[in-house]
Design a protein around this ligand. Structure first.
Ligand code: T5A
Length: 213
């Protein structure tokens, strides 16, 4: 019996932390208690070191957009091969704070890197590995960034322009429409409503997965 991989996606301040806790609590209520939590970029010592560079830079050396992209895939494959795949194989369910959809949205939409380049890299690095379910928390970047800013100092990516985040949201929305495993949640609603939306989605989705295990 292999586990399932559920990913939470969205802009900064979308409420991913609450969503992750909600998913974990619903899984536990369904007697799925062996959970592995991951975050991207990060989740292994090498991937965490890359996360630090991606979020904060290093010694004022400019980090190019292509180098950022390559680091994200390096971090991702470290995490997939060393943590996610072994966990799934052992029957654990994995709850991911971001995954490849972030790259499609941030580096493809936000940074406007060439989509063919990203697609080729993705295919070569990830093959056909993908989440079983992605919950995309859709939020206007002005609201999300305001929430994120209330926590204090902004990191390298959070300091980008509003236009950058608008492009990211647009790419997220486009990709969510094209893939039925990505479900959009209105994250502008109050937290209790966001929790209700997640409960409704999982209540429909989970029985099908558990029966297929
Ligand atoms: N990145 C990542 C890429 O560019 N490419 C990639 O491929 C990947 C994987 C990662 C950064 O790297 C980039 C994206 C990111 O810039 P991160 O810290 O993992 O950084 O991600 P962030 O999005 O920056 O994390 P945040 O903590 O900002 O977002 P969350 O987790 O969505 O926000 P959360 O849950 O902490 O909520 C923020 C605040 O808002 C409140 C919460 O209580 C909290 O105070 N809030 C609400 N308030 C009212 N109503 C609601 N519905 C609310 N939901 C949350």
């Amino acid at each position: 019996m292999t586990g399932k991989f559920i990913v939470i996606e969205g802009l900064e301040g979308a409420g991913k932390t609450t969503a992750i806790n909600t998913v974990a609590s619903i899984l536990t209520q369904h007697n799925i208690c062996d959970l592995q939590f991951t975050r991207e970029p990060g989740g292994t010592p090498i991937a965490e070191a890359l996360r630090n560079i991606i979020k904060n830079g290093l010694d004022d050396e400019p980090l190019t957009d292509k180098a950022e992209l390559l680091m994200l895939y390096a971090a991702r494959i470290q995490l997939i091969d060393n943590v996610i795949k072994p966990a799934l194989k052992s029957g654990k369910w994995v709850i991911g704070d971001r995954h490849d959809l972030s790259t499609q949205a941030y580096q493809g939409g936000g940074r406007q890197l060439d989509n063919v380049f990203i697609k080729t890299l993705k295919e070569q690095v990830l093959g056909d590995f993908k989440p079983d379910l992605t919950l995309y928390l859709d939020i206007d970047p002005e609201i999300g960034l305001m929430r994120a800013a209330s926590r204090g100092k902004l990191d390298r990516i959070e300091q980008q322009s509003l236009l950058f985040f608008k492009r990211i949201r647009q790419r997220y929305q486009e990709l969510a429409k094209q893939d039925e495993t990505i479900i959009t949640i209105d994250a502008a609603k109050p937290l209790n409503n966001v929790i209700e939306q997640i409960e409704q989605i999982l209540t429909t989705w989970l029985p099908k997965q558990v029966n297929n295990r």
